[in-house]
Structure formats: structure tokens, C-alpha cells
Design a protein around this ligand. Structure first.
Ligand SMILES: O=C(O)CCC(=O)C(=O)O
Length: 274
């Protein structure tokens, strides 16, 4: 069993940390039961659909479900993040990324921090994303793929797409190109090739309830879901309290960038959820 200090070293060196079955089967069941809540909410602006009409992402699930409200405050996650960052964390963004059986779409290679830096004015990558598997996940379900150690490159030059050059003048297009399959800040394929040649890749698959904590500068992507099973995940993004956003005039909605930077009070057992 790894100690917190081992986790800190592993995270700093690799840019990510996997904790198998951090959440129990019962806890995962409460979370997946909570997914039902969202089927009736398809028209809310914080529910993003794929081109095929299926739900791709549900932002701010904690506002609609006790189980998700419980999840992001878990001390099992926060104690590790506080040990790595040596400070308290607040909730920056929370989403459920769903990839429906047979049709769930891909995520291109990207880093997350450019979005939070350029769109929300966050100064430093003192942030964490934590992805939790909501079912056993295998390669053909389109799991998260990342390039170990690639966070050490810092933020690299982006590839701007010709058809998205006007994106900043069009709020709707700007949001869509941060959330859909056609991302606005991607990276040069030649760089991805170079990094993969050097560091290889890591696929985050495994048992339901397993979690990965990853650095906002780590390059990552994921493929389509070819399997007959949905691939549901929860992704909580935390930010260090000393590193608030500095939003521009046309600031993004709070389900993408939470402007309440109060530190999260950690909680324990799922029995607190009705
Ligand atoms: O859900 C996935 O597979 C990838 C998600 C991702 O890359 C992101 O949210 O930045």
C-alpha cells in the first residue's frame, strides 16, 4: 500500500497517479443511480450533446444530485491533493463525460491548462483533474490515454484551426469548441509523435471506482467507444485557493469556471447521502 509521500513523488514524476478502486462498488452504484437524474434535464445549457444527439458531458452534476455533491468533497481525494499542493483546494469544474455504447465520440490530443489560463485567466497550473471510472472499463470503450511525464513540457504552442479562427468573437462557437469533439486549442501532431516516441502512452482502464489524478499540462486524448457498453466517468477539477481565475469581461458560465473559491471542507462516508 502506497503512503501519501509515495503518491506525491509519483505524481510529480509521472504527471499522474492511479488509485485502483478508490471507491467501493456500493459507492459507484449510488453514483450511477445518480446518472438517471440527468436524463430528464437534457435541455439545460450545462448538458452538452454529441453531434449524434447523445449526451457527451454533464457539467455541475453536484447541483442536481446528492451523490455527486458528496463525491467532490471526499477526503480520500482531497487529502492527496492537499499533500501534493501543500494547500487547500476549491472546486473549479465538475463534469460527467459519457461515451455511449457504439457511438461515443473521441477527444483530440490536448492539454487542459490552456483553456483555464486563456479563457478564465488562471495564472498557474496548480490544478488537478480527477477522473473516476463509473464502470469496469476496457480499451475498446475509449478510455483516457495520456503521455506520462509530458506535463514537464509546460504549455506548448497550440495548433489553431482555420475554421475556428474567429472563435473569440462568437461566444456560442467559443463554448462549443471547448466542449465538443472539435477542440480549439490542440497541439501539433509532430509534437505528440515526438512525446509518444520518448515516453509512450498510458491507458486509464480498470475496475469501476478506480481514480486517476492528472496534471493540467499533461497531454491526453481518448478514442471512440466501439464497445456495446457505455463508458461513463466523473471528472472533478480542483484549483488551489491561492490561484483564483481572473475572468475577462465576457466571462464563462460558472459551470465551466466556478468563481466561488472557498476551500472545500473534506467529508468521509457515503452514509451521509440519502
Ligand atoms: O472523457 C475523456 O475521455 C477525455 C476527457 C478530456 O480529455 C477532458 O475533459 O479534457
Amino acid at each position: 500500500m502506497l503512503e501519501v509521500n509515495d503518491y506525491v513523488k509519483e505524481y510529480q514524476n509521472q504527471g499522474f497517479l492511479v488509485i485502483d478502486e478508490l471507491f467501493s462498488k456500493d459507492e459507484v452504484k449510488r453514483l450511477t443511480d445518480g446518472l438517471e437524474t440527468f436524463k430528464s434535464l437534457k435541455e439545460l445549457p450545462n448538458i452538452i450533446q454529441e453531434n449524434n444527439g447523445e449526451i457527451r458531458s454533464i457539467f455541475a452534476p453536484q447541483e442536481h444530485s446528492e451523490a455527486y455533491h458528496w463525491l467532490y468533497r471526499q477526503e480520500r481525494i482531497l487529502s492527496i491533493l492537499e499533500a501534493i499542493s501543500e494547500e487547500k483546494q476549491y472546486l473549479y469544474q465538475f463534469k460527467l463525460n459519457n461515451k455511449r455504447a457504439f457511438v461515443g465520440e473521441a477527444w483530440e490530443w490536448h492539454q487542459d491548462f490552456p483553456y483555464w489560463h486563456l479563457d478564465d485567466g488562471v495564472k498557474e497550473p496548480k490544478m488537478f483533474s480527477v477522473m473516476i471510472l463509473l464502470q469496469d472499463t476496457e480499451s475498446y470503450q475509449g478510455p483516457l490515454i495520456l503521455i506520462p511525464k509530458s506535463h514537464k513540457h509546460g504549455v506548448v504552442e497550440f495548433e489553431f484551426k482555420e475554421h475556428l479562427l474567429d472563435v473569440e468573437n462568437d461566444t456560442e462557437l467559443s463554448l462549443a469548441s471547448s466542449l465538443g469533439a472539435d477542440l480549439k486549442y490542440t497541439v501539433k501532431r509532430s509534437l505528440i509523435k515526438k512525446l509518444i516516441n520518448e515516453f509512450g502512452t498510458f491507458e486509464f482502464k480498470g475496475k469501476a471506482g478506480s481514480a486517476i489524478i492528472f496534471h493540467p499540462n499533461l497531454f491526453h486524448a481518448s478514442g471512440v467507444n466501439l464497445s456495446p457498453y457505455d463508458r461513463n466517468t466523473a471528472i472533478v477539477t480542483y484549483n488551489s485557493v491561492s490561484n483564483p481565475p481572473h475572468p475577462r469581461e465576457n466571462k464563462r458560465p460558472s459551470y465551466l469556471c466556478n468563481y466561488d473559491c472557498s476551500p472545500i471542507e473534506k467529508i468521509g462516508k457515503l452514509s451521509t447521502v440519502d
